[in-house]
Each structure stands twice: as C-alpha cells, then as structure tokens.
Ligand binder design. Sequence first.
Ligand code: CAA
Length: 240
Amino acid sequence: MGKVAVVTGGTRGIGEAISVALNAAGFTVAANYAGNDAAAAKFKGETGIAVYKWSVADFDECRTGLAKVEADLGPVQVVVNNAGITRDTMLHRMKPEHWQAVIDTDLSSLFNMCRNVIEGMRERNFGRIINIASINGQKGQMGQTNYSAAKAGLIGFTKALAMESAAKGITVNAVAPGYINTEMVAAVPEAVLQKIIAQIPAGRLGAADEIARAVTFLAADEAAWITGSTLTINGGQYCA
Ligand code: CAA
C-alpha cells in the first residue's frame, strides 16, 4: 500500500481531481466530504477510493475522522486541505453567519486537521501538508472579504507551520488556484463570470486537473526541499 493521503472536500471539484491524481500516483487516498452523500457514493463507485464523512469545521469531528482513517488505512502521511466554501456578498450586506461559516470551513479547518496529524508526522519524521489557497487570498476580491481573509490566513498558516516542521521532514506548502471550471465558479453570476474570464490572459478557466498536477508534485518524496511556498496557478490573471 502507498502512503496514506487525506484529501478534504475530496469527492467533488478540485478535490475530486486531487484524490484521483494522488491515487494514480500510488497513494492510498481517503477522500473526506461533509454533506453530499450522493456525490460521495458516485465518486466512490467510479474511482474505488474510500470516502469518509466529517466536517472540517469541527475539531472533534476531525480528530475522530482521522483516527478512523488511520485505523482503516494506516498513519496519515499526506494531508491536502482542500475543502472550502464561499458566501459571497459585499461587506455592507454580510451577516455574521456568512463571515463565520467561511472562516470555520476555509481557515479553522487547517488547525482542526493539522493539529490532529502533526504529532504523528513529527514522530515519523515525514509529512506532506498541502493547503489549497486562492487567487482571491492573494489579490483580494470584491464580494469576498470573508473568503479573501480566510485564504490569506491560510497562506500565513502555511509559512509558519513550514518553519516549525522543516527539521522533522514535514513540508507545508500552498497552491493558489485562479478561477477553475467547478461548481463553485459556476455559481458566479454569468455576466460577472464573463468579466472575470476577460481578465485571464490565458483566455479560459482552469481545469481541476491542472491543480491536481501541482498537488501531486508537492506530495512526492522528491519535493522534500520545497516548503513554505505558494504555487500560483491562474492562467496569468495575477502574478504573485
Ligand atoms: N471581476 C470583475 N467585475 C466584477 C467582479 C469580478 N470578480 N465581481 C463583481 N464585478 C462587477 C459586476 O460585474 C458589476 O459590474 P457593473 O456594475 O458594471 O454591472 C459590479 O461589479 C457589481 O456587481 P453586482 O451587480 O453583481 O453587485 P451585487 O452587489 O449584486 O453582487 C458580488 C456583488 C457579490 C461581488 C457579485 O458580483 C459576485 O458574486 N461577484 C463574484 C465574486 C467572485 O469573484 N467570487 C469568486 C467565486 S469562485 C471562488 O471563490 C473560487 C476561487 O478561489 C477563485
């Protein structure tokens, strides 16, 4: 069996592509999901990849979910913190629940997941943590004070944990996708989406596979000296 990799939000969108790519690269993948049982069952049927249901926004659910993965598959050696949500609205209309839901799922999830694997990774002197950021955490985006703050925070978390972990053989990196052809981006109003595509020098949305390729690269043993970095993949929309 290959190294065990947990991908949060791993049954749909970018996460699905990451799960499939890591599986193809020889990892034993556990795809976490929070709510969509039908999509998870379809994913499992099509790929044969194990699925695990818990909310990354909840510390105790992460602890028990990860313990179950380890009991079933073995020690977790790779974590891809991919699960994320949007609650887009201008700040002057934003409700506390719009703010809190995004911070809990997109940022506090990093603490909830990493805190529950980091001791084991340190003991074993090996780990790969890959956090999925966003172009909008790098440049800001109107309608996304919550999301931009969470994703910018994710990049700071990545840098700090990378420094703490380098001497223990654990790398911590971020991948910052631009606008990818997923359900999340499809939810942007069509007229706004056309404006966004016009801002992408490559002239198109990205594909989930184009992000998965970078995650597989960072998860490899050979990527041992890459840590604390943010890999920007956005068709040239923002050069960070
Ligand atoms: N790029 C360019 N123009 C944009 C824009 C963007 N990203 N977002 C909004 N605008 C423009 C609108 O086209 C509109 O222009 P006009 O006045 O010329 O028509 C103006 O800003 C105001 O927008 P709305 O009329 O839509 O105003 P609203 O108050 O109804 O909604 C909004 C504002 C919530 C920001 C809405 O426009 C919206 O949802 N925009 C998309 C925000 C976005 O990019 N979200 C990313 C989701 S995908 C994701 O998050 C994944 C990832 O990591 C990249």
